[in-house]
Design a binder for this molecule. Sequence first.
Ligand SMILES: Cc1cc2nc3c(=O)[nH]c(=O)nc-3n(C[C@H](O)[C@H](O)[C@H](O)COP(=O)(O)O)c2cc1C
Length: 329
Amino acid sequence: MADLTTTYMGLKLRNPIIAASSGLTNSVEDIKEFEENGAGAVVLKSIFEEEIRRELEKDLGSMKMETFIYPETFDYYDNYAEDDTLTNYLRLIRESKKAVSIPIIASINCVSAEKWPYYAETLQDAGADALELNVFVMPSDFEKTSEENEKVYFDVVKEVKKHVKIPISLKISYYSSNLGAFIQKLSNTGIDGLVLFNRFYSPDIDINNLDILSTNVTSSPSELPISLRWIGIMYNRVGCDLAASTGIHDGAAVVKQILAGSNAVEIASAFYKNGKGVLKDMLNDLSSWMDNKGYKTITEFRGKMSQDKAKNPAAYERMQFMKYFSGKG
Ligand SMILES: Cc1cc2nc3c(=O)[nH]c(=O)nc-3n(C[C@H](O)[C@H](O)[C@H](O)COP(=O)(O)O)c2cc1C
């Protein structure tokens, strides 16, 4: 019987499948279900930097529109936000720690390193085993240079690390002008893990009502190759662990991401689409594949198909359709 245990950010996991941060990791009941279905760990739904700052400042009136970097945040506060968001989040950490024995990773969605980082300590004190920082700076401010945009990530790590001792990971997007070097530099800041990649709502246009909509809330399996490429390229070139996220919908995709070099995978959409029960199927498929190939442990095959180790490393960088459909084969 294959041994599925792995380590990620210094945490010992019973297997590499982590329930990614989403609306499905926002209650103790859901977290218990993930544990029952075999999850190696759970990342809680993110608390937002703006939620922390708002509650710390307590008075929405003292925060101006400019303090919110993204317009949806302001809408959210007008319509949905509750006053006790932070208290509820701390309670979720405490109660889930009591209810399950798998690691609980708290998550903060942040866009700056201003004012809030000391608050990360309270998540640690509530019992979180690790902290995932979901950082995203939309590179659409024409006044900013790429260095200014990227500096935010380093500032966030530096400030948060002053306040917590638990492992920290950064969850990033692939919107970077020099992605490989950026990932490598981030991995050497003393963080314990990098999650490649986060996934976002995308815009669509309703041509009947002439409206702009958010679409594609959940991923499809065809989105797997983006993270697969970058896990494969970055394996053995980073100073921290790697977790793959986006487009992982079955056991084969889990196997691929480990072969490329991931320590763990973070999955959300497959659970939205097919229920938490698919986690068991993924684990069974991973286990049978290992048995068939004669692998007893995850480390025996992790990174075996990375760019560093594969027979045809150039495949990871091949982008252009030189021969396809040109009549030459
Ligand atoms: C409905 C929904 C809510 C999500 N909320 C968060 C969140 O609060 N914080 C976060 O870091 N990622 C969030 N994500 C992103 C997921 O954690 C995951 O990284 C992403 O969906 C890609 O994985 P997937 O292809 O398995 O869905 C959310 C995803 C979905 C579908």
